[in-house]
Ligand binder design. Structure first.
Ligand code: URA
Length: 250
């Protein structure tokens, strides 16, 4: 990593609210001026690059309770202004499968629980009915469900890149802490938060991707499936879900 990349990375950490950086186990370069005789040596050696190791954004022995405590009464971005509740996540803390949505809607904001409105009810049915049909004995409470942003965007607008980046550190820590067997990203916002791809969701869904070595499936957001004309998308989402459930629970 060169100096410019390092500067950008540190600025990124600062924007995330990370103010202290610890460097563990990095050897200080030995300050060694050349011996007098070497000063006259013809070929000056290029400086040895110092390998800079930055700490992980997820602290060792992190827990969901610690992450929630670190969020606190968050005022790191403008989404705090109109929210009623921070919607952190719900479900089994050692789930084999984590669903990631976009951000809370009105019902979620009211109750402080993700996916409890219409889209949430559809997600619950999809999980429980598909699992039952496939002979997989799980309920919604066996998986973990969270969102990219933890506060409701006004008028349910799509979260903006800086909001996703700021809240993304907590999503990152949630996923690193749970370390599920698989992640299912619901919709384009969750896809963008977890993958850097220029392709749209219709191209990316249905095929396994990876997020930090964890298999990642992208599928449609349940709100999109609630629109009546999306019959084909519904069939595809059910296929995606079957794949994910079998992978995580077989
Ligand atoms: N849509 C989301 O993306 N998340 C929720 O929690 C509810 C609706």
């Amino acid at each position: 990593m060169d100096q410019e990349q390092l500067r950008k990375r540190l600025e990124f950490y600062r924007d995330l609210g990370v103010e202290q950086i610890y460097r563990r186990g990095v050897q200080e370069p030995v300050a060694s001026g050349p011996p007098a005789a070497a000063v006259t040596a013809p070929a000056a050696k290029a400086p040895t690059p110092v390998d800079i190791v930055l700490p992980s954004l997820a602290p060792d022995n992190d827990t969901l309770a610690q992450i929630r405590a670190d969020i606190g009464e968050c005022r790191r971005c403008r989404l705090c202004e109109q929210r009623k509740n921070i919607v952190f996540g719900v479900g089994n803390e050692s789930a084999r499968l984590v669903f990631v949505g976009e951000g809370p809607g009105a019902d979620e904001d009211e109750q402080g629980i993700p996916f409890v409105g219409r889209a949430g009810q559809l997600l619950t049915q999809m999980i429980e009915n598909t699992a039952a049909k496939e002979g997989i004995h799980i309920k919604r409470s066996d998986v973990y469900i969270c969102n990219v942003v933890k506060c409701r965007p006004p008028e349910n607008r799509t979260p903006q890149p800086d909001e996703m980046e700021i809240c993304g550190q907590f999503l990152y820590r949630q996923l690193m802490t749970i370390r599920p067997k698989a992640i299912c990203a619901l919709g384009a916002t969750a896809m963008k938060a977890l993958l850097s791809s220029k392709l749209g969701i219709t191209k990316m869904r249905g095929e396994w991707q990876k997020w930090n070595e964890i298999p990642l499936m992208i599928t449609y957001h349940p709100s999109y499936l609630l629109r009546q004309y999306n019959q084909q998308a519904k069939r595809e989402a059910w296929e995606d879900l079957k794949k994910v459930l079998h992978f995580a629970y077989d």
